[in-house]
Design a protein around this ligand. Structure first.
Ligand SMILES: [Zn+2]
Length: 191
């Protein structure tokens, strides 16, 4: 049995919501050699139309003219509570929105917001529809997950992939997130 390693991430449970679970995501973007987390923060805190950042002026104009399908105003903070990525040859962790704040990562329009309210959101940068996470990234994500599980007494069965949110709500899967090559059963078995 390999040792169940954790990460040394300080978590103040007294200033957090009572998280019942964890939802893993991927960015579905390439993980470049430098820091990519800042781009995700910028994306979530910008005006967006159909997945593209636009200015406030363009947003208002196109909203009036109904030019676009998905209109999102800037969020207060990045939608996830944390993320992992390769940066300059090693895997690193970034904090996202505070653990006291409900997430903006697992809501299902017309169905439920319960997974934003009860499950914290973590995002691994990369596109895991193309290939699974590299072993070092996978291992890092395992360690990080164990750290949050221990802090909040979360069972492995409550560690899910974004796509499994749809299953739990009984609606068709709208995403493959955290990637079709990311095996959630394997992740849970290794926690
Ligand atoms: Zn996702």
């Amino acid at each position: 049995m390999p040792e169940k390693l954790k990460l040394n991430v300080p978590i103040d449970v007294s200033r957090s919501r009572p998280w019942k679970g964890i939802v893993w995501h991927h960015s579905a973007t390439a993980d470049g050699p430098g820091l990519n987390w800042a781009a995700i923060v910028r994306f979530h805190t910008s005006y967006r139309i159909d997945g593209q950042i636009v200015t406030a002026e363009e947003f208002e104009k196109r909203l009036k003219l109904n030019q676009g399908k998905s209109f999102l105003k800037p969020w207060k903070d990045v939608g996830y509570h944390g993320g992992t990525e390769w940066a300059n040859g090693q895997v690193v962790f970034h904090w996202g929105r505070p653990l006291s704040m409900i997430g903006a990562h697992a809501g299902v329009k017309g169905a439920s917001n319960q997974f934003n309210e009860q499950y914290l959101g973590l995002c691994a940068i990369g596109n895991f529809d193309i290939a699974p996470p590299k072993p070092e990234h996978w291992d890092f994500n395992l360690r990080l997950t164990r750290t949050f599980m221990e802090a909040f007494q979360i069972p492995a069965s409550h560690v899910i992939g974004h796509r499994e949110v749809f299953d739990k709500l009984g609606v068709p899967r709208q995403k493959s997130c955290p990637g079709s090559r990311w095996d959630m059963d394997l992740l849970r078995s290794e926690l």
